[in-house]
Design a protein around this ligand. Sequence first.
Ligand code: EPZ
Length: 419
Amino acid sequence: MTESRLYIEGGKKLSGEISVHGAKNSVLPVLAAALLSQDVCRIENCPALSDVYSSTRILRSLGCKCRRDGSALEVDARTLSGCEISEDLMREMRSSIVFLGAILGRLRRCRLSFPGGCELGPRPIDIHLSGLSKLGAKITEDHGVLDCTLPQSVSGADMTLPLPSVGATENIMLAAVLGSGETVIRNAAREPEISDLAGFLNACGAKISGQGSSTVTVKGVGRLHGAEYSVMPDRIVAATYMGAAAITGGEVMLKGVRPADMYSTTAVFEQAGAAVYPYSDRIYISAKRPLKAVKTLRTAPYPGFATDCQPIVMAVLTKARGTSMIVENIFENRFRAAPELRRLGADIKAEGKVAVIEGVPRLSGAALVATDLRAGAALVLGGLAAEGVTTVSNLGYIDRGYESLETSLRSLGARIRRI
Ligand code: EPZ
């Protein structure tokens, strides 16, 4: 059967209000962390994403029980038996690497195949492996299979990461939670998802402090009990909806968000001329006036401008009067939305780490192909603004990080459907 595509009739201003679902990049490490608990864990605000489904398949393949209960997911790791993740499961979702630290933390042994690169670039894991080695892990690699063992009791370590890697910070935290020593992670990632993971682990009885700062301290404990925990809202999905309002000249109220996670994002939309009003758990954005170019935008580790929002903002800037420049400092190959947006009539020149965008007065519909998760979302935004019909294929990428994106956008008045 031919794969489904999104069919968009653009040119309509979006308006209305929309709730933002739980954060993919928080729920994935939290699901891995549930392995460390000797009781049942109930994770609320768990989005229905294909990456979440992949994670439950990994948990079940390890002997755990998973039960979806509405917007919650219950994980019972008491029956955890396996320490190996199959190659096809690893290839299905490269962020499965975060299970390494959790499996090592609980079973002291883990075998998994090297996570493949992805559309964004090689995605090395050297910082993950050197951090785990500092905890005493013995890691061998043979024919692309990693075989890791951890001594019975982790006596702690004091380490400094060469760069604030989100995944490496998470993996080291997960491997250090059960044990006797104290582990200090310096130059740790400060993303809100790190704090959410620490929040879940502490709810299970872990002793983690400093999360959200550059120095995270994990005091080893003997065991973790169960917990009920609600995952933070997805700040990248929120940025995507803000982009949809901005690029169509509409106005949208986002509900169930945490504005404090998004200062660098809301600042960019304000620089582009949108009016943004943050409240305690919601953000209102209105783009009644024509958008203005953003002179220079650089992606950086949190609290800098998030690389995941870069393709989203690139799409918005295609219609902003003037010349914008984006510098992508995190991933090697993250301007893949550019050639597809050019098919809509956008004027973007991308070379290495730099993309230069000349705003154009109008975009016109075309057949587009998503190349990765956030670039796919950027193409949808382009289609919402383009006159005429735009189709977007390769929806598997988009479904990894967005719970039925078209349904949400339709509730804001977009003429979009999956065919
Ligand atoms: C997480 O990926 C997110 N994924 C990414 O979101 C996000 O773009 C990224 O953090 C940066 O914020 C999840 O949380 C599941 P990193 P991660 O380790 O952990 C280099 C999305 O769209 N690096 O902080 O892989 C790496 O190559 C996804 O939701 C090493 O060199 O990001 C990259 O250039 C895409 N060696 C930079 O660090 C390592 O051992 C940042 O990577 C690890 C990373």
